[in-house]
Design a protein around this ligand. Structure first.
Ligand SMILES: [Zn+2]
Length: 366
């Protein structure tokens, strides 16, 4: 079984917005939710024990809460709605997610990874264990912010860093106070804001990694000029295969590769094949995900710059991932697919965990 390093999960959002107790099993969480709910309820794919059983020893997990000034304060409040009309509220909700992670660390479920040394020790712990569920190993977590909306003032970024924040993406879908995020369709582009440019300079100063996922083409072009540090795409597929603005162009992928970064392959089927009707059952196979992985490797000329960035349960569930995958542990099946595409055992280990491990062992502080 491969050790998995997942470049993108929204564990706190799933707990605090979807109200999922990640300490339960997948079957228990599914049992508490109605499968006919319009969102992906009843079809979760992961929990802490499921991640352990899948041998997911390290994940990058988000603080994810949005500020959308256009949100109607009079709307019916849906608890799964992560949009707040004012950045003060996004800030406080972001802090709530940090607080969730800290509590989960106290309970032995998670372990914050904030330095090279912590990551190296943590990887050894997982490599030595034959049964992470029985040993109740903590899941290593590098904390990132998906969309910078919780950063109220740029001079507070150092405070977030102190709390363990090591990576930021500037925008989620649509415009943010920092720049332009992609939309789900092919339109949607725009520049960075002045605040976004200031934040990039501060991220460079602090050594916070920039995640390009979700950022629009124009904003990526500007951001990669201003920001001089390492680039990653925690969860993006290839636009040449799935033609939506949410995926990365070959030129953007090459920018990540040139700065030694990694692109995380996403399990969401509309990011594997491109947009199609969500109400219809699909037949997307994990073999199609391999097309994206192979393309990144072709662009790099090696197998060093791609890994998982599954985003599983981050707005979609078991019905919107490839048909061979029901719960998180089924990701182990992908090794055989990669082998069929000519990947050696060494290449497969690089994809599952070594590429992300190498990146973070280099770019976390000493
Ligand atoms: Zn996302």
């Amino acid at each position: 079984m491969q050790l998995i390093f997942d470049g993108h999960l929204d564990l706190a959002m799933q707990a605090l917005v979807y109200e999922r107790d990640q300490r339960l099993t997948v079957a228990e969480i599914r049992g508490r939710e109605r499968a006919d709910n319009p969102s992906e309820r009843g079809r979760c794919t992961l929990s802490f024990d499921e991640l352990r059983a899948a041998r997911a020893g390290v994940v990058v997990s988000t603080i994810f809460i949005r500020c959308k000034p256009g949100v109607d304060p009079n709307r019916v409040i849906l608890r799964e709605d992560a949009d707040y009309p004012c950045p003060t509220m996004a800030h406080a909700n972001g802090q709530m997610q940090v607080s969730y992670y800290k509590l989960m660390e106290e309970l032995g479920e998670l372990r914050f990874i904030t330095s090279k040394g912590e990551l190296a020790t943590h990887l050894e712990l997982w490599e030595e264990s034959d049964d992470p569920v029985k040993d109740k190993l903590p899941i290593g977590m590098i904390m990132m912010m998906e969309g910078a909306d919780p950063i109220y003032r740029v001079d507070q970024t150092a405070g977030w860093y102190e709390q363990g924040l090591r990576c930021i993406s500037l925008a989620h879908f649509g415009n943010s106070r920092f720049g332009c995020g992609t939309t789900t369709a092919s339109e949607g582009d725009g520049p960075l804001t002045e605040l976004g440019k200031e934040l990039l300079v501060e991220m460079d100063r602090l050594g916070i990694v920039l995640d390009l996922s979700h950022l629009s083409d124009m904003s990526i072009a500007e951001a990669t000029e201003i920001y001089q540090g390492p680039l990653i795409a925690t969860h993006s597929n290839c636009r040449r295969i799935a033609d939506t603005s949410r995926q990365m162009t070959d030129v953007q992928i090459k920018k990540v590769i040139d700065r030694g970064g990694v692109v995380g392959a996403v399990l969401c089927v509309s990011m594997i094949r491109g947009d199609f009707d969500r109400k219809m059952p699909h037949d997307v196979s994990i073999r199609e995900l391999a097309d994206h992985v192979v393309r990144v490797c072709d662009l790099a000329g090696n197998t060093d710059h791609v890994g998982f960035g599954t985003d599983m349960d981050g707005g979609f569930g078991a019905d919107w991932i490839p048909t061979e995958v029901d719960t998180y542990r089924d990701l182990q099946k992908f090794a055989e697919v990669l082998s069929g595409r000519g990947f050696s055992d060494e290449d497969i280990a690089k994809f599952y965990h070594e590429n992300w491990s190498r990146f973070w062992l280099k770019h976390l502080p000493g």
